[in-house]
Design a protein around this ligand. Structure first.
Ligand SMILES: Nc1ncnc2c1ncn2[C@@H]1O[C@H](COP(=O)(O)OP(=O)(O)OP(=O)(O)O)[C@@H](O)[C@H]1O
Ligand SMILES: [Mg+2]
Length: 273
């Protein structure tokens, strides 16, 4: 079972859009996928047209003693299952203040592999007990990042947080992968920030990018994704390609990306005489 956290400490970088469309692309390929909405603001839940769930059918159940994931009822959507967020997450957060409270989700997911092939966590734009729970329960991290100043800073901080979690709480966690989102090829600063991250993080940056696309910005709130309502759009194609690349990378393990390394070399090489 693949467990992946989608996070960036900066808001509005395409986390929720990425979680939904990667889950949908995998669902369409036949994988059994669960998305867990751990954002107390519930945008993903609302985007999928799901009403405020009873707490017993929400992601709050991951934080109950002795409640394994299979015992919690999920919302069945067309391409994947959803464990929706409840507004009660905000209230619950105040009670989750012990150091061991970062371990709840990992315990709840312990026997989930008979039910799902892939579990994706969508997280809020902050370091909270929920995002830490997601990172502790995951092996993989995807950082969606718009190639602009604040999202890039947020992405680098998220990378640091993930490495801290790897060092102190979850040695199985792999270094995050970055996915550029809302890319506008006409903007010079987008080009510069893409180059900066690629040089710095090399093969941790996916080659596929998600361009700006009106079809992705339009919410349908009926549980469908761009793959139904606009399957030939750039958004559908970009997320299909990014999902392919992401999962090839995850499945293959760490294959060095020669092209990215070559691109980075000039930075560290002395100038030619
Ligand atoms: N590729 C894209 N093209 C156009 N609009 C996009 C694209 N990706 C996301 N958006 C829009 O940008 C906004 C922010 O996206 P999204 O909600 O996915 O970000 P987020 O990182 O989850 O935000 P938050 O931090 O608030 O949870 C949304 O209105 C979404 O529809
Ligand atoms: Mg979001």
């Amino acid at each position: 079972m693949i467990v992946l956290t989608v996070c960036n400490h900066k808001g509005g970088t395409g986390k929720t859009t990425s979680a939904v469309h990667i889950a949908a692309a995998l669902g369409l390929s036949g994988y059994r996928v669960l998305v867990i909405d751990l954002d107390p603001q519930s945008f993903l839940t609302r985007m999928m047209g799901v009403e405020e769930p009873p707490e017993a059918a929400s992601s709050m159940m991951l934080f109950q003693q002795e409640v394994p994931l299979h015992a919690v009822s999920k919302t069945k959507l067309k391409e994947f299952d959803l464990l929706p967020a409840s507004t009660g997450l905000t209230r619950l957060m105040r009670r989750l203040s012990k150091p061991t409270d970062v371990l709840w989700s990992k315990e709840a997911l312990a026997e989930a592999s008979s039910e799902y092939d892939v579990i994706l966590f969508d997280t809020a734009a902050a370091i909270t007990v929920y995002s830490l729970n997601a990172l502790v329960a995951s092996r993989h991290v995807l950082i969606p990042v718009t190639p602009e100043y604040q999202p890039v800073i947020g992405a680098e901080q998220t990378f640091q947080t993930s490495m801290m979690v790897q060092g102190k709480l979850n040695p199985d966690l792999e270094a995050p992968l970055f996915l550029f989102t809302q890319v506008d090829g006409r903007k010079r600063n987008h080009y510069q920030y893409r180059r900066y991250l690629r040089n710095r993080y090399q093969n941790r940056v996916l080659n596929s990018v998600i361009r700006t696309n009106a079809a992705l910005a339009t919410t349908h709130s009926d549980g469908t994704t761009v793959f139904e309502h606009d399957p030939y759009s750039r958004g559908a194609r970009d997320y299909a390609n990014a999902t392919d690349e992401l999962f090839q990378r995850i499945m293959k393990g760490e294959q060095p990306d020669v092209a990215a390394q070559e691109e980075a070399l000039p930075v560290s090489q002395p100038a030619q005489p």
